[in-house]
Design a protein around this ligand. Structure first.
Ligand SMILES: Cc1cc2nc3c(=O)[nH]c(=O)nc-3n(C[C@H](O)[C@H](O)[C@H](O)COP(=O)(O)OP(=O)(O)OC[C@H]3O[C@@H](n4cnc5c(N)ncnc54)[C@H](O)[C@@H]3O)c2cc1C
Length: 334
């Protein structure tokens, strides 16, 4: 296809039909790219069952045009139905760049789409830019737990990239934004699918979801016990935060594996990341380096976490933490 222009993002919705936060993050990344392409447009593919009602929300988050593929066969993600739907949207939108979330679904959709479009794909991308000389996409990602940075340029259109969660901050929704909504008939034949949806289970969360928390309090192996994690939970309750852990702490069974942060765990970017008795290994930092303020407590002044922190206290957490909690109580946060 000739005449490609602008950026297309693929929206994601949760099982209850709400937009997942990655949708806003992709739109923010797309807007940055489109602005550096002399103000080209941002479009979004909204694929699912009963999703048409969400089109205005997508526009409020930054899309100029929303292509809606609304059909019961898209109730659950299957690459065999979503890839042809995305291709149908691409044929109408004809974008230069397609951005997809590096989520469980997007990790499959991105490479599958790239293969079908016979183009290159950058996965788990943390930064996207337009090369001013070629006008093409330049996508960067970190490798080996942040030890290396890989930069990829593309020579075929469209350029496809899956984008690391929390790599971009979603714009505040603007209900006054206007845009175009286009209904697309993807003519997907679900009977040809070789796979079928069986079930989906969301992990039950007590308190605030870690990815949405403004404060994340993370404990490392240096805490030494599961009882110490109970203290972190108290602190999280006081501050409205969520508790995270390093792999070493989770492997030591001081806490569950589900709260592990890092390259093989969850990715967070809160306002405040309180890192307690953890060394700051690159594999851990891959999950929290997007935090606005990292505050470390560690008894080793040479610990790597201090290089990554805005504020730090050198000392035994068993002395520092009670004093910290007392100060919070004095401030009336409790
Ligand atoms: C392929 C691969 C993937 C990995 N993925 C991840 C991942 O996703 N997430 C992750 O977290 N790790 C991951 N790891 C493990 C990672 O390399 C580190 O081993 C791990 O992050 C270390 O955890 P830690 O900082 O809790 O423990 P340690 O490195 O043992 O650090 C403990 C820290 O606590 C301090 N300390 C001890 N006692 C006290 C005290 N009383 N008061 C204050 N400070 C104290 C020490 O000075 C030390 O700095 C991965 C490793 C590999 C090889």
């Amino acid at each position: 296809m000739a005449g490609e222009s602008g950026v297309l993002i693929i929206c994601e919705t949760d099982p209850s039909g709400e937009l997942r936060s990655i949708t806003g993050e992709l739109l923010a990344a797309a807007r940055t790219l489109a602005d550096s392409m002399s103000g080209e447009s941002v479009s979004a593919a909204l694929i699912g069952r009963g999703v048409a009602a969400k089109a205005q929300e997508v526009i409020a988050l930054g899309a100029d045009t929303v292509y809606v593929v609304d059909d019961p066969i898209f109730e659950h993600y299957l690459s065999e139905t979503f890839v042809p739907a995305a291709i149908a949207v691409r044929e109408q939108a004809n974008p230069k760049v397609i951005l997809i979330g590096h989520t469980p679904n997007g990790r499959e959709l991105g490479p599958s789409l790239g293969f079908r479009l016979d183009t290159g794909v950058s996965t788990d991308t943390t930064e996207v830019n337009i090369d001013p000389s070629s006008g093409g996409l330049v996508a960067a990602r970190s490798l080996a737990g942040g030890l290396f940075r890989q930069v990829t340029a593309f020579n075929r259109l469209p350029h496809v990239a899956t984008v690391h969660m929390k790599a971009y901050d979603a714009a505040e929704p603007d209900a006054a934004r206007t845009g175009q909504v286009v209904n697309v008939d993807a003519s997907v034949d679900a009977s040809q699918a070789q796979t079928r949806f069986v079930s989906h289970t969301e992990v039950a969360v007590e308190g605030i979801r870690m990815e949405d928390a403004r404060i994340v309090i993370t404990g490392g192996r240096g805490l030494g016990s599961s009882e110490a994690f109970d203290d972190l939970t108290k602190l999280a309750d006081m501050t409205g935060g969520a508790v995270g852990a390093t792999r070493a702490a989770a492997d030591s069974e001081y806490c569950g594996q589900d709260i592990m942060i890092g390259i093989t765990g969850r990715v967070v970017s809160p306002e405040v990341y309180l890192a307690i008795a953890l060394s700051g290994a690159s594999q851990h930092m891959a999950g929290c380096s997007g935090s606005k303020n990292i505050v470390a407590i560690n008894r080793d002044p040479e610990a790597n976490i201090f290089k990554e922190s805005r504020f730090g206290v050198v000392g035994d957490y068993q002395q520092v933490l009670p004093a910290f909690i007392e100060e919070l109580e004095n401030l009336g946060t409790a």
